[in-house]
Design a protein around this ligand. Structure first.
Ligand code: GLU
Length: 312
């Protein structure tokens, strides 16, 4: 009898925005996403989130080269979001055909100035354009100096997700933007569509994105897509205790190499920060994979050592 093979596990992924070179914080998150996925024998997908105006030509190739230099590999070709605009537009059209979207003419200023609904969570869209009549909408369209954004007509105010590091997390779901006024599909939409397209079952990313996660899980549910498991990992901090940034000394592989710190030494520093190697020990990602235990991960942010970055 032919052997039936086990169904392939759903993938992990890393989804950088190609706005410049990856810094130590990005590299550490990528390493963690890879360790989580590979330690569970999941495929690992790569995705280039190049839809916004901060994308720089050539940055994606450099990012991929840096990940490879650390020993992070991935399966298949990276998914490049700018090549899939028609997919995102089709999903918005489908939601619209089901009455799940509305046109929004508000500027950021309008939203901040609008009175919030009595039980709306802080920062939620106040609902200004949600229930415009056809006549009001036509008037707003005629008066507006730019096309409307498209928002989701949400029927939830919050949604709970489960996170491997944070446990159950409940956060705001409002009428969030699906497409900006210039037509660019929004991160919360494309992330859900592409996680499904890449058969993602595990999302490991920086914990600055935890507050966006209930919106994404809610949208996935609305689209009848599976909700992945989540692990939001702590960010890397710079010398001032703020999230690490380019100004914090040598933080990219190229800058570190120029100071004599090669990719192996950077991998060691990241591994030390995760409790997976001793200082100065030469390790490769396969060795780290054997040592990796998600249950013993440090849950506090890591401050990049000044000895590494040269920041003082
Ligand atoms: N592109 C996002 C970033 O670089 C990550 C998005 C995600 O992992 O969902 O911050």
């Amino acid at each position: 009898m032919p052997q039936r093979s086990a169904p392939e596990r759903r993938a992990g992924r890393y989804a950088p925005s190609p706005s410049g070179d990856l810094h130590l914080g990005n590299l550490r998150t990528a390493l963690l996403a890879w360790l989580f996925a590979r330690s569970e024998r999941r495929p690992f997908g790569m995705r280039i989130e190049d839809l916004d105006e901060r994308s720089r030509p050539g940055a994606a190739d450099r990012q991929l080269a840096d990940l490879a230099a650390l020993g992070i590999d991935w399966d298949g070709e990276p998914l490049v979001q700018s090549e899939h605009r028609e997919v995102y537009a089709a999903v918005i059209d489908r939601l619209s055909a089901h009455g799940r979207t509305f046109e929004c003419f508000c500027s950021r200023k309008d939203i901040l100035a609008a009175p919030t609904a009595p039980h709306a969570p802080p920062g939620a869209y106040p609902g200004t354009c949600r229930d415009l009549t056809d006549a009001e909408r036509a008037r707003r369209r005629a008066e507006a100096d730019r096309p409307p954004a498209i928002r989701l007509r949400s029927d939830a105010t919050e949604f709970t997700v489960h996170d491997r590091l944070h446990g159950d997390y409940t956060g705001t779901v409002d009428d969030f933007v699906l497409a900006r006024f210039d037509g660019t599909p929004a991160y919360n939409l494309v992330s859900v569509i592409d996680d499904n397209a890449q058969r993602v079952g595990q999302v490991v990313r920086g914990d600055d994105l935890l507050p966006s996660t209930p919106r994404q899980a809610y949208l996935a549910t609305l689209l009848h897509l599976p909700v992945p498991e989540y692990a939001h990992v702590p960010l890397v901090l710079g010398p001032t205790g703020q999230r690490l940034a380019k100004r914090d000394g040598a933080v990219t592989l190229e800058q570190l190499a120029a100071k004599g710190t090669d990719a192996g030494a950077v991998l060691n520093a990241l591994a030390v920060s995760l409790g997976l190697a001793a200082p100065g020990e030469r390790v490769d990602t396969q060795a780290l994979l054997r040592r990796f235990d998600p249950d013993t991960l440090p849950t506090e942010p890591w401050t990049a050592p000044a000895a590494l970055t040269g920041a003082g």
